[in-house]
Ligand binder design. Structure first.
Ligand SMILES: Nc1ncnc2c1ncn2[C@@H]1O[C@H](COP(=O)(O)OP(=O)(O)OP(=O)(O)O)[C@@H](O)[C@H]1O
Length: 227
C-alpha cells in the first residue's frame, strides 16, 4: 500500500477549545475509509480542512510522496481532492450543466465533456434528470447528482460528508450501492458517517475521532455505537 496523503500534527482550535490534535492522518491510495465519532467531534471540520475549506494547523504534509503545505491551499490538492457536502449546493441550471461545470472550469474541451457527463449520469442513475433544474430534485437524486459531479472529475481523494444522512428507504440504498464503485478509477474515498451500512461495507477501513485523537480500526473492525 502506498500513502496518498499523510498529515502529521493536524490540529484545530475554536478559541480555547481544542477540537482535535491528530498525530498522524495517513490515507492510502485507492482505499475506502469511514470516519466515525460522536456528533460535534469534528468529522466535518477534518474533511473540510483536507479540502482547503477550513483553516487548521498542520505540521508535515505529504501528497503522493511530495511535501506540501496546507496554507495557502496548493493547486495540486485543489485538483486532486473533491469534497461533497451533505446538502450539496447546485446551480439553478440543469443536472447536466452541474455535472459538466467542473470539467469545463478545468478547461476540458466541450466535445470531451459531453460523453464524460453522460457516463457519470448513467453511473449514478440520473440520466433521466439531465435537463432538470436541481431545485426540483429529491434528496436522494440530489445526492446522486452530487456524487456524479464529484466522480466525473476523477479525484485522487473524494471526501463525502454524511452521504446518506438525510435519506431513507430506496434513496438511501441507491446511494450506498454507488459507494463501492467510486473506487473503480483508483480514487481514495473517506466518508464521515454514522450509517452502519456504510461502516459495514466490505473492505472499508474505519477511522474514529474520539477525544480529539484519531484511532485507526481494522478493516473488519467492530461497529459498536460508542461515541
Ligand atoms: N466557527 C466555529 N466556532 C466555534 N465552534 C465551531 C465553529 N465551527 C464549528 N464549531 C464546532 O466544532 C465542533 C465540530 O463540528 P463538526 O461539524 O466538525 O462536527 P461533526 O463531528 O461533523 O458533527 P456531526 O456528526 O454532528 O455532523 C462542533 O462542536 C461545532 O459546534
Amino acid at each position: 500500500m502506498s500513502a496518498l496523503l499523510t498529515v502529521r500534527g493536524l490540529s484545530r482550535r475554536h478559541g480555547e477549545r481544542l477540537l482535535f490534535d491528530i498525530d498522524e492522518l495517513r490515507l492510502e491510495a485507492a482505499s475506502a475509509y469511514v470516519l466515525t465519532g460522536a456528533n460535534g467531534v469534528g468529522k466535518s471540520t477534518l474533511l473540510r480542512a483536507l479540502a482547503g475549506l477550513e483553516r487548521v494547523e498542520a505540521g508535515q504534509v505529504e501528497f503522493e510522496g511530495k511535501p506540501l503545505a496546507l496554507h495557502p491551499y496548493p493547486k495540486a490538492l485543489r485538483q486532486a481532492i473533491v469534497y461533497v457536502h451533505q446538502h450539496p449546493i447546485m446551480f439553478s441550471t440543469s443536472v447536466f450543466h452541474n455535472i459538466a461545470y467542473g470539467l469545463l472550469a478545468r478547461g476540458e474541451a466541450k466535445a470531451r465533456v459531453a460523453p464524460l457527463v453522460e457516463e457519470a449520469m448513467a453511473w449514478a442513475g440520473v440520466t433521466y434528470l439531465a435537463d432538470t433544474d436541481p431545485a426540483r430534485l429529491s434528496g436522494g437524486e440530489k445526492q446522486r447528482v452530487a456524487l456524479a459531479r464529484a466522480r466525473v472529475l476523477q479525484p485522487r481523494l473524494l471526501l463525502l460528508d454524511e452521504p446518506t444522512a438525510n435519506l431513507d428507504g430506496a434513496a438511501r440504498e441507491q446511494v450506498i450501492a454507488l459507494i463501492p464503485t467510486l473506487m473503480e478509477k483508483g480514487s481514495t474515498v473517506v466518508m464521515a458517517c454514522h450509517d452502519r451500512d456504510l461502516i459495514g461495507l466490505p473492505g472499508v477501513r474505519r477511522l474514529k475521532l474520539r477525544d480529539g485523537r484519531l484511532e485507526y480500526r481494522p478493516i473488519k473492525g467492530d461497529i459498536d455505537e460508542t461515541p
